[in-house]
Design a protein around this ligand. Sequence first.
Ligand code: ZN
Length: 240
Amino acid sequence: MTIKTTGIVLKVQDYKEKDGLAWMLTQDQIVSVRVRGIQKEGSKLRSGCQPFLYATWHIEERNQGPGLLIHATPICFFYRVMEDLTIQAFSFLLRDILLKTKSSPLLLEAFLEYLKAVQDQRNSVFAYGCFVLKEILCAEGIQPFVDGCTLCHRKDALETLSIKDGGFLCHYCNQNGIKMYKSDMRKVYLLFKASSKNIDVLIENCHFEIKDCIFWADWYERFEQTHLAGLKFLKTVVDL
Ligand SMILES: [Zn+2]
């Protein structure tokens, strides 16, 4: 049976002598396919298999293993991902995390909006990047608790975000720990309350930088108890 699916190509790698394997983020899953002859010069499928390409794939399903890609139609290639080293390193980091996360329509939409922001060179690009990370943290159930103090649940006198405790802390639970600027706490709150429909409010009210993206990627690494080589690389790039 042949199926048709649309999404963002995440990864392509060589397979055996002439073939390739490719992965696409779609609304409900990450689809993997075998791409016959992609390493050969003049392969018609190659242009439909590049990371950060929004495309439609026609796949012939197999009884075992990944299906066979038989036709690929590029819709939009976000080539500006490759034009800036920080953006590139961060985009590949997002890609690596997305490959480990269960897909959903929300995730696909968030990642697509981020790529559009990159392509349009919007200065809100890192807000969109943080929004993707926020959707990932929520999908994994490791988002910070922002509806009050994470320890005592009181809603007033909140004064910091604790990584150790996984959410906001009040003055009493913080026990003379470091306080956070009110504006930074508001930014965290608005990020985790934002939806794709009102992301404009977030962008109008808060400014996000690459260090915010790194903060939430660190959060992911800590609460998933994993190691992201791409995050280490991004930090090296940003420190340059
Ligand atoms: Zn408390």
